[in-house]
Design a protein around this ligand. Sequence first.
Ligand code: SF4
Length: 495
Amino acid sequence: MQIILDFEPYELYESVHELIRMAFPGGEIRRAAEAEADLLFKLRLVRGAKQAIMEAEIRTREDGFKWQKSLDIPALDERTVLNWAKQQVRAFCYDLLCDLTGKNINSYGILTGMRPVKLAHRLIDQGLSAEEIETRLKSEYRLTAEKACLLTEIAFANRPYQCTAESGNWVSVYVGIPYCPSRCYYCSFPGAVLKNYDSEIAPFMDALLCEIRTLSDCLKERGLKVQTMYLGGGTPTVLSTHHLDRLFNELFKGGWITAETAEITVEAGRPDTLDLDKLHLMKAAGVNRICINPQSMNDETLAAIGRRHDQKGVVQSLQWVREVGIEKINMDVIIGLPGEGLKENTHTANKILELRPDNITVHTLALKKGSLMSGQESSFTPQERTGQVKAGVELFSRLLREAGYIPYYLYRQKYMKASMENLGYALPGCFCLYNIQMIEERQTIIGLGGGAGSKFINSKAGTLESLYNPKNPAAYCETVQQLISRKVDKLRALN
Ligand code: SF4
């Protein structure tokens, strides 16, 4: 399906593009006013001094419709008015698209970003009660009652753990090891599949250790204290014990890990990269949370998605982690994997609940363009797949809540099946602090290594600046000196 968007002013384009994509999945969306199309969507926002008029025209090959709505512009500063106008346009378009398609195009209403819980936090900041927040989310942002309730519940659950202006100079740190032993078919990860350990890892480690060493001076100069650390990737446990040891030594020497560091997580997503020696080393380094990510506990599915381990390997890794005495375990699962329906999801949920990890993160499959499975669909119709995915997500929600798990952080991605979410559950008292700081964006995150994202939060000015290290290891090694200088400047500018 060819879809043409003709928006004025042009700034509206980004605000509405994602909603159109959700309304017409698979459609080819372009900006060319006069070209031939199966659907033309024209939108105009005309602003007067006190009133704004929104006009929309939708033309299909058979039919045409026009709408108009006028609004009183609130007496607020220009930046707030612009945000308000975008919200109004999105709500206007959302209603039109739901009418046109005869369905609810997004259970999160006009919220299409990755971090919808942030909005609930902003409403708490304004002093609203849970009930008032849910009402606003439903009426102004068009969320379904279920999602409005979920966002509100999560915001109130993780609020006590958030960094505030009074929390002192706490930061979190992400260390990115952008290598995997092989590529899972659903993953769009653009890092590197490790082919020759010695020749690939040595230059990467040199660059990473240099970044850690050089930035540690800045950490001390600014009096920053690391609250949480997360080693992710890729798969950090592809590193040998020797390289893990060098890495942790440098983190200790540089003051990145101290007695005040509350949480150190290592992603050991692939059980095929883990052994007892590495776990003992990590325990000695203070690691107190490990992610063992089965994705599914069905061996057939694991083979079909290229995971190179079976469910027995997952159970074995978990036993090792407990034997070594690392306190907390997270397990990730994915709903919507090929060949999986409610029967397979039930099997995975029950197997995982038997193991009773502290955290369970329930992902919905999002097949991005870079993944090997992109474009492939199972033999089910899109409607059947959507229904199955929703049923799988609901099943996990019910079983996990019944078993005492609480939802505590949430994020969304583009191309998620059934317009769902990734949802982190935890046993009481076991929330992952890093995940909260990372998703709610109220604490500075310093990213080190390949693909690591840094976020510099200036709480006084209310600003957030992001900086990303390249995911490709060679590009990271080449640019590490420039990256260090830019981070030094940004850390010095924090207040
Ligand atoms: S282990 Fe994780 S990062 Fe690596 S390919 Fe598989 S899903 Fe992607």
